[in-house]
Design a protein. Structure first.
Lengths: 139, 139, 139, 139
């Protein structure tokens, strides 16, 4: 069972002249699923902490393998799994499905960072209140 | 003669399953041409002034009429004209052409604003050093 | 009462360095709302008819006025109204709201067209089964 | 020395509220560089052959590692190298630099396919006239 599931509808703008979904959309959709997963834990991708520090999760690496094309109007299910909660980083896996048909499999590694508007980002250890929820067993 | 000209190449990602450029790209391209026009005057779309204030140009209104489809690999010319330099706003017109074929005509109205990271935008009168160049006659 | 309502969540990717939603997204969102509206009537934006002809709705003109910025994580409601069902064209209006705060107002004019893959689009009169539903009074 | 070099300007729309380039753009830019590389050899990403068959290059896998943020107005250089010309697939590597600063490193694997509008894609052996140029030593 996946840790979290997200559903999305393929829009017309997501297609290209080959008649299928353009591959760059899958990276955007990984982030959408990640965002929904964070929301389900009570977090935002960019969030001011009680002490005023703003924590964000910039990307370290993202990859995706494309197994079968997706089409306009498809309802895609995204199964998100947490692969690893590191000291300062988080790695998630995303399986995109249309029913039982596997469409793509992606992986996203992010780093826990402080980012103050207008200043340089720097990575920090994942704070305990994030870690606790990220390491919890799925329902 | 247009005030400023910009050339762009239609990319594969800009097309949709109808085999033509998706209309939302034209709004992005108006901004690209606007940016190149600003650069030609020595300005950025978001720019820190000598006194530390950051000036930006958020959009008030943008429209575009589509006359003929554009295709992957097209080289499009964008003729930019300044329609009006108001007290606090700037209105530009954009004609998209593929050679002599008219593709689209757009209009973009922007407001001169102060925007400090993390704070609310507010509009200001267009500063003299911007106005001087915006009102200059084209070469 | 609007003819149709659509709800969307602002994603991180929709923002720009000014910290607000980039204006080009609103044109994409008009299409998303239009698509959902078409779905509610049993239509797709691109649809093969019983006689094999493929009908699509390329854009003639799209405009949007921006009244207030939208932000990451906003839940936006889009009120769609049919402004005019012409002989060959359809014009819709879109009000984007965050609760009671007006964010933007857009208008989209589309043309009913035949588009066979790999061939030139041409406009046709809106077929009766489309017209009947487009002209129906909202529930 | 890279096999091919491509230069691009970061646009305002490419940034997000963290003030840096959104990661999904790098996948789009790999394709832009790939397209320019193909053009330099006299090919398009989707191209009708003399025998009427249309050859395209859908993506099998794309990954990117992000080493340093890129910003609005950056001029990025993309060094493209051909990593492998397989029987039916092509793998390219992309180094994104701002001067000497490494920004990101990506990899893209594509498959040589026949794609007729409205029909299913299927992979074929890379035709000799493509292979010859893809395997040539860089100038």
């Amino acid at each position: 069972m996946p840790r979290f599931s997200y559903i999305l509808r393929v829009q017309f703008v997501d297609t290209d002249m080959a008649g299928i979904v353009h591959f760059a959309n899958f990276y955007r959709w990984m982030e959408e699923a990640e965002y929904a997963f964070f929301s389900s834990m009570g977090f935002k991708l960019v969030q001011k902490q009680p002490d005023g520090v703003i924590i964000g999760w910039p990307r370290v690496r993202a990859s995706c393998s494309f197994e079968s094309p997706a089409f306009y109007d498809d309802l895609l299910e995204v199964d998100l799994d947490v692969l690893r909660v590191g000291v300062k980083s988080l790695t998630m896996k995303f399986l995109f499905r249309r029913g039982e048909t596997r469409i793509a499999v992606g992986e996203l590694k992010t780093a826990c960072c402080v980012h103050t508007p207008g200043e340089k980002l720097y990575s920090i250890e994942i704070p305990p209140h994030y870690r606790e929820k990220l390491e919890a067993n799925p329902a």
